[in-house]
Ligand binder design. Sequence first.
Ligand code: MN
Length: 260
Amino acid sequence: MKPIILISNDDGIASPNLRSLAAAIERAGIADVLIIAPERERSAASHAITLHKPVRIRQHGPGWYSLSGTPADCVYVGILKLCPRPPSVVVSGINRGYNLGSDVFYSGTVAAAVEGGLRGAPAVAFSIDPSPERDVEASLPFCLALIASILDTGLPAKIVLNVNLPVKAGSRYAWTRLGERSYRDDVAERSDPRGEPYYWIGGGVASSQPQPGTDCDAVTRGIVSVTPLHLDLTAQEMLSAEKHPPLDGFEHVSLERQKQ
Ligand code: MN
């Protein structure tokens, strides 16, 4: 039986990049493909999950589904309801636009991969340069090679890969850490036709010198960036009480020591 690759995104079911990636995986014949993506664009949906209203699945063809929910909903429903057996890899993307540095906290593309990771599947998110010159076709060989490698050897538990593809991917890639992406912080105030104020949140990307070794550094140099993300967000180095000032009137209890 062939392994299953579950594909989702946050740009929505109509995204041409989703179709290109799915078609490339199908052509390679390495797995059965199951696509479930939001019925409309849900970029920057982060890890939102729809708990307070129903979601509906629509089938577009064999193995092709859209959902009236978020990217995280798609992977949740895909794994629990649509996959006949657990997916061997969950793939998200290819997102139109980078997900670098702090973007990973807002990204629906990354969230779809994270949902796969939280459910025990090896998972990878792909994002590409947003400029009109971006070459999705040129990025497909790297995406396929990485997916094939994950199919082969899996990933450590609780690790999700966040891949950013430069405007035209070549044969070079680098393992990177999250960089710092700077945006022009902005809340623009405008007036609606009735004279009431409304607001646009979020400014454009501000150019800055990327730190060496980061995801931002790699794509700026035309190199594919692969960042391993840990789903355990605990700051291990902050766990010992000696690192913190004592709290007056309270006793710190070390659970680890208590256990022994
Ligand atoms: Mn998107």
